[in-house]
Design a protein around this ligand. Structure first.
Ligand SMILES: N[C@@H](CCC(=O)N[C@@H](CS)C(=O)NCC(=O)O)C(=O)O
Length: 223
């Protein structure tokens, strides 16, 4: 079994991209060394392991770096035994990859732009864009889960990791600006799902307190 000696994760505690990797490793029961990065002063290890993008997360397995969170999650799923992250059926796998990419391409960018917006006008426009993406994801949840607790069925899967790793930011949006991006009326399925996700064993202690994300957001806004 792989252990701390040969599995390292370079991350930032509030980064959705790092969070999804850490939860995937927990699902597989892999212990790893977690190394927090300061993105204002990136470590030599980060710069040398991800020289193209210079971003977290990086998974270092047996000395070899793997970059890009969704690529890392697929690697973790293929390399380590244990609970499957991606579905075994090729069609279901394609659908899962589609929705995970949707989270990163259509939900995450407007959500961040909303959190960092300078004008009220910009914030309102980005809130609307994020809410439209959340409405699509609500529908996708109905279709992918087939009435089960997670996008992945009975347990956390690929799309759960992609979206669930953003929950601290969805909550931050509410706490800082009073905008509920997850809402019991507009997105009832996702609201119930989010509670199950953060309470799952693999996610405990990895999805950070909203207070931490709020602090981080304030620092970014000040910069
Ligand atoms: N597509 C990348 C995104 C990673 C990413 O944007 N990481 C941010 C932290 S949340 C980062 O390291 N930013 C540092 C920088 O842009 O210099 C992934 O999925 O891993």
């Amino acid at each position: 079994m792989a252990g701390k000696d040969d599995v390292k994760v370079l991350g930032v505690v509030v980064s959705p991209f790092a969070i999804r990797v850490r939860i995937a490793l927990n699902m597989k029961g892999v212990s790893y060394e977690y190394m927090e990065e300061d993105l204002t002063n990136k470590s030599e290890l980060l710069l040398s392991s991800n020289p193209i993008h210079k971003k977290v997360p990086v998974l270092i397995h047996g000395g070899k770096p793997i970059c890009e969170s969704l690529v890392i999650v697929q690697y973790v799923d293929e390399v380590f035994p244990g609970a499957a992250v991606l579905p075994s059926d090729p069609y279901d796998r394609a659908v899962a990859r589609f929705w995970a990419a949707y989270v990163d391409d259509k939900m995450f960018p407007p959500m961040v732009a909303f959190l960092l917006a300078v004008t009220e006008e910009e914030r309102a426009a980005k809130a609307e864009e994020t809410l439209a993406a959340m409405a699509q994801l609500e529908k996708a949840f109905g279709e992918c889960s087939g009435g089960k607790p997670f996008f992945g069925g009975d347990s956390i899967g690929y799309v759960d990791l992609a979206l669930g790793s953003n929950l601290q930011w969805l909550e931050t949006s509410y706490q800082m600006f009073g905008v509920a991006l997850l809402d019991a009326v507009k997105t009832p399925l996702l609201t119930a799902w989010a509670k199950r996700f953060v309470e799952a064993d693999a996610a405990k202690g990895v999805v950070p307190d909203t207070a931490l994300a709020v602090e981080f957001c304030k620092k970014l806004r000040a910069r």
